[in-house]
Design a protein around this ligand. Structure first.
Ligand code: AMP
Ligand code: ZN
Length: 479
């Protein structure tokens, strides 16, 4: 199996070749923790997860780093608008750190429910201010900054390849400047590295720095933390497509201006958006759907994961409850078919099946891997899973071996669900047995056969079941 990835830097599909032997450094932009993640954000993290799982399948030693933004992110990525953390804390009557802590926990609860493997390093911006200051000093020493109105800015005109990732042209940037422009900037595309003066006089979190007491701009955290944990050049960086133009463009400028090394990151992977039929989902306006909303509406988090796998990460994906129903039903049928095969194969543990997919089953794995290796084509990978499980020329054990193997990438938790289904059927059987006895007792009582009725009550008690006779009938409970 080989892996090709669409690299936003250069805009073409390239074969993945790590910088160092079998080690892969991967940085995915994490959440800004001022609110719950919405299901669109979660698409980004499922995409990261699939990529990491494929890299691990290829036996790469992956270090996955994810930041948690708890300071410095304004609602406009170009230093305009409200401070997201501050605004949320004020609205909720909490401190910024309380808000950050609450939504960080909520975020990792969501990712766990979606079977997203926990990154090797999770780093909070507020715990890396020292690293940010050191990096800014290097950028300053190399001549890429200016102080204006109390803030330290990055001067994009000094960085010759500025905008390469997004194919931006400096003259177009000037012409297309947004309406709200910070008057201290020389060029509308310049961005803040360190704020000491801003419109937020009540900025909750501030630190001392060579440029005065203040706080970092948003972009610098990702440069500082990725370099700290992955080195001055690393393999893959990802995020949603909204980050190409500003955030990632600025991250590249800062990192390369500090280190003088090009390219800072070899492969840039960006996921397309999840959109609602009624338009864009926005975390800052509050008009969005969370994973918990889906759970409350009766869906399993894995229905949503399955739904996401049904779309290619580079295509926009339209969310609707009808299409989520489609995913839910498909996952249900998948589990039903697999349950029958799993029982037929003697309920084997995944560990006992390693290397068990031979012959035709192994061919399906190859098709599956080719699909994933082709720029993470999860829809095609899923369809190879479906043809496999319907192929009655393969023994059940071989199918299950291949399916469990595929699930190391798909992350649908199949082994756990299938073995737990056994547990449920035991419970269902037990329940049916209790109800049959309760019915026999009711009939015995009707026939005034109190001896039998009492014997049944005792028998149930020995099984840990107590009975209560009510005007509406007999209710049973487990002790
Ligand atoms: P944020 O917490 O706003 O910084 O966003 C977290 C991640 O979600 C980033 O990688 C964004 O690019 C990504 N993202 C935001 N909205 C969507 C969406 N509707 N669909 C897919 N990814 C998104
Ligand atoms: Zn970032």
């Amino acid at each position: 199996m080989t892996l090709s990835l669409y690299n936003t830097l250069g805009r073409k599909v390239e074969e993945f070749k790590p910088l160092n032997a079998n080690k892969v450094g991967f940085y995915g932009c994490g959440p800004t923790v001022y609110n719950y993640a919405h299901i669109g954000n979660l698409r980004a993290y499922v995409t990261h997860d699939i990529l990491v799982r494929i890299l691990r399948r290829l036996n790469f030693d992956v270090t996955h780093v994810m930041n948690v933004t708890d300071v410095g992110h304004l609602s406009g990525d170009n230093d305009t608008g409200d401070d997201k953390m501050l605004k949320s804390a004020e609205e909720r009557g909490k401190s910024v750190l309380e808000v950050a802590d609450f939504y960080t926990k909520a975020f990792f609860n969501d990712t766990e429910r979606l079977m997203i493997a926990r990154p090797n390093v999770i780093c909070k911006a507020t715990e890396h201010i020292g690293e940010m200051i050191s990096l800014i000093k290097r950028i300053e020493a190399n001549g890429y900054t200016y102080l204006s109105g109390g803030n330290l800015y990055f001067d994009i005109a000094k960085f010759k390849s500025y905008g390469e990732l997004a194919n931006l042209r400096l003259d177009e940037l000037k012409a297309g400047a947004r309406t709200e422009v910070d008057g201290f900037k020389r060029n509308p595309g310049d961005f803040v590295l360190w704020f000491t003066k801003s419109k937020f006089e009540n900025q909750a979190l501030q630190w001392d720095s060579p440029w005065g007491r203040g706080y970092p701009g948003w972009h610098i955290e990702c440069s500082a933390m990725s370099i700290k944990y992955l080195g001055e050049q690393f393999d893959i960086h990802s995020g949603g497509i909204d980050h190409i133009q500003i955030h990632h463009t600025n991250e590249i400028a800062q990192s390369e201006a500090a280190t003088n090394k090009h390219p800072w990151v070899k492969y840039w992977v960006h996921n397309e958006f999840l959109v609602l039929d009624r338009g864009k989902m926005s975390k800052s306006t509050g008009s969005f759907i969370t994973l918990q909303n889906l759970i409350d509406a009766g869906y399993d988090p894995l229905d949503y994961r399955y739904f996401l796998l049904g779309g290619h990460y580079r295509s926009q994906l339209q969310f609707s409850f009808e299409s989520l129903d489609g995913a839910k039903n498909a996952r249900k049928s998948l589990l039903n078919i697999l349950k029958a095969l799993y029982d037929k194969a003697g309920k084997p543990a995944a560990d006992s099946l390693r290397g068990g997919a031979t012959g035709k089953a192994a061919e399906y794995i190859e098709v599956f891997e080719t699909a994933l290796g082709d720029n993470l084509n999860t829809p095609r990978a899923l369809s190879s899973l479906w043809t496999l499980i319907k192929d009655n020329g393969i023994p059940a054990r071989g199918i299950i071996a291949a399916v469990f193997d595929m699930d190391t990438v798909l992350g649908l938790n199949l082994e756990k669900i299938l073995s737990a289904a056994d547990q449920t059927s035991v419970d269902e059987n037990k329940k049916a047995g209790i109800e049959a006895l309760v019915l026999r007792r009711t009939e015995a009582k009707k026939a005034k056969d109190f001896k039998t009725a009492d014997d049944i009550r005792d028998e149930l008690k020995q099984k840990g079941v107590i009975l209560e006779d009510t005007p509406k009938g007999t209710i049973w409970k487990l002790i």
